[in-house]
Design a binder for this molecule. Structure first.
Ligand SMILES: [Zn+2]
Length: 336
C-alpha cells in the first residue's frame, strides 16, 4: 500500500516493482502450474513461437554443419560436424532431462499442494515467488484475480491442500463465495499475507475467515465508527513472538524487519495471537492463527493464519519471515 494515496492497489511509486498482469482486473489469467513449470519456465514458454520453432526444427533435423537448418548439404569440415554433433547430443539430453524432472516434481508425493492467489495489488513478483521455490515442503501453482476466484470450483480445487492469499481484490460473485467456503469447509487451510486482509471489504464472511479487518474507508461497525486504516512504507521495526510454542512460530525468536506497517486494523478476539510489535505506526497485533468453520452443512474447521508482514523483497528475504510463511503453510495443511 502506498502512504499518500488511497489503497486501491494502483498507486505504488516503487520503480523496481513489477505489476500483476491484470491490475485493471479485466484480463483473466490461467493458473500457472509450477509443479511442471517455474514462473521463469512459463516465461520461456511464452516466448515468441519462432524461438521454439527453431529449437524443434533443430531437434528434428539434427546438427547442421554450416549453421543452416537445411538437410542434404555437403559437409565442408568433418571435425566441425562432430563438434556440433556432440553439442547437439548434450543439448538434447539436457532438454529431455529437464522435461523428466518437471514431470517428477509434478508427481512428487507427500508435498503440500498450494495455490497462491495474487492480483489487485502490485508486488515484486520474482522475489516473492523465490520464497516458495525455496520451500521444499510444497508444490505450487499461482493464479491472478479474477481467475483465481474462478479456479476455486470444487473440482478444480481437488489438487490443492492450501490457499495462500496475496491478492487484494474486491468483487466476488455468490458462486465464488460459496466455493471459497466449501474449500475451507473441507478442512483445508488458508494462509493470508499482508494486503490480503483488505480483500472483499463488503463481504463479512471474509472478515470471519481471516479473523481481522482492514478498513479501506471509514466504516461504521455495530454502531461504532471505525477510521480508515493506515500504512507506512520503509519502517524498520522489531517483531515480538508472543507464543513461541505454536507450530507456526516454533524456532522463531523476536526479530527485526524492514517492512510496511499497517495501523488501525482489527484482529478478531477469537484469534490466537502470535506476533506483536511496539512500532508506533503499526497495530500491536500483526500475526495470528485461528480456526474457521464455514456456515455450511457438515463443515469441518479449517486452519487459517494471517501475517501482516510481507510488502517486498526486504520481507520476503528475511529468514524469520520465510520460516513463518513456511510453517504457516505446513500448519494450516495439518502437517504440523
Ligand atoms: Zn504493501
Amino acid at each position: 500500500m502506498t502512504s499518500n494515496e488511497p489503497m486501491d492497489g494502483h498507486g505504488s511509486k516503487d520503480s523496481n516493482r513489477k505489476q500483476d498482469n491484470n491490475l485493471n482486473g479485466n484480463v483473466p489469467m490461467p493458473a500457472d502450474n509450477h509443479s511442471a513449470r517455474t514462473p521463469a519456465a512459463t516465461a520461456a514458454v511464452n516466448r515468441p513461437r519462432a524461438t521454439r520453432w527453431s529449437w524443434s526444427r533443430w531437434a528434428e533435423l539434427g546438427p547442421s554443419p554450416g549453421g543452416s537448418l537445411s538437410l542434404g548439404r555437403r559437409e565442408p569440415n568433418p571435425r566441425l560436424f562432430w563438434v556440433r554433433f556432440v553439442v547437439w547430443l548434450v543439448l538434447a539430453a539436457l532438454t529431455l532431462g529437464s522435461a523428466a524432472l518437471g514431470a517428477l516434481q509434478a508427481a512428487e508425493p507427500g508435498k503440500i499442494r498450494v495455490l497462491i492467489m495474487t492480483g489487485g495489488h502490485d508486488f515484486e513478483t520474482n522475489a516473492f515467488f523465490d520464497m516458495f521455490k525455496a520451500n521444499p515442503d510444497i508444490t505450487w501453482e499461482t493464479a491472478i484475480q479474477p481467475a483465481a476466484d474462478a479456479l476455486l470450483r470444487p473440482k478444480a480445487t481437488q489438487r490443492f491442500d492450501v490457499l495462500v492469499r496475496y491478492d487484494m481484490w474486491q468483487p466476488i460473485s455468490d458462486e465464488a463465495k460459496t466455493n471459497l467456503m466449501r474449500f475451507l469447509a473441507s478442512g483445508r487451510g488458508m494462509v493470508c499475507l499482508h494486503h490480503s486482509i483488505a480483500n472483499y471489504q463488503t463481504w463479512p464472511e471474509w472478515h470471519r475467515m481471516i479473523g481481522g479487518r482492514y478498513y479501506l474507508n471509514k466504516t461504521v461497525v455495530d454502531g461504532v465508527e471505525k477510521p480508515r486504516s493506515i500504512w507506512k512504507h520503509d519502517v524498520r521495526f522489531r517483531v515480538h513472538v508472543t507464543d513461541p510454542n505454536h507450530p507456526v512460530t516454533r524456532g522463531v525468536s523476536d526479530f527485526e524487519i524492514h517492512d510496511e506497517t499497517y495501523g488501525l486494523f482489527d484482529m478478531a478476539p477469537d484469534s490466537h495471537l502470535l506476533l506483536t510489535t511496539d512500532e508506533p505506526t503499526s497495530a500491536k497485533h500483526i500475526g495470528w492463527a485461528r480456526t474457521y468453520t464455514a456456515p455450511l452443512p457438515d463443515s469441518r474447521p479449517a486452519r487459517v493464519v494471517y501475517i501482516q508482514l510481507g510488502h517486498d523483497h526486504l520481507a520476503y528475504q528475511n529468514p524469520s519471515y520465510q520460516r513463518l510463511v513456511r510453517q504457516a503453510i505446513a500448519w494450516v495443511s495439518g502437517r504440523l
